[in-house]
Ligand binder design. Structure first.
Ligand SMILES: [Mg+2]
Length: 127
């Protein structure tokens, strides 16, 4: 069965390269441009029968950053969906904030496609 993944990323270039990589590997992908947009998209997914397998989010985004977004997701019906962070942010304190908010994994940009796919598989299978 196809797995659905939501990508939350403000950079159009990064968003399409992540999306391309995942679609190529057989995943079904939805895109959001920041945390606020993503929460709206999640709301509209509520009634659909196809479950969301994973959320991949950036940290630095306008309107709503990734850390706030992760905390918000944990207040919704999607609280058990694993969240993988894909960011340039490598500072220990930020990573800790992400983990405390509920992130399942942390990947640094620029990403290698194989590395991203491996992380995605691992997070989806071990949730
Ligand atoms: Mg960004």
């Amino acid at each position: 069965m196809e797995k659905n993944i939501l990508i939350v990323e403000d950079s159009p270039t990064m968003r399409s390269s992540v999306s391309f990589c995942l679609r190529n590997a057989g995943y079904r992908v939805a895109e959001a441009i920041d945390g606020k947009d993503a929460l709206k998209k999640l709301q509209s997914m509520n009634d659909k029968s196809e479950p969301l397998s994973l959320i991949i989010t950036d940290i630095n985004m306008p309107q709503m950053d990734g850390i706030t977004f992760i905390s918000e997701v944990k207040e919704t019906d999607f609280k058990f969906v694993p969240i993988l962070v894909l960011t340039t942010e490598s500072e220990e304190s930020v990573i800790k904030k992400g983990r405390d908010a509920g992130a399942s994994g942390w990947l640094l940009k620029p990403f290698q496609p194989e590395q991203l796919l491996w992380a995605v598989k691992k997070v989806i299978w071990t949730k």
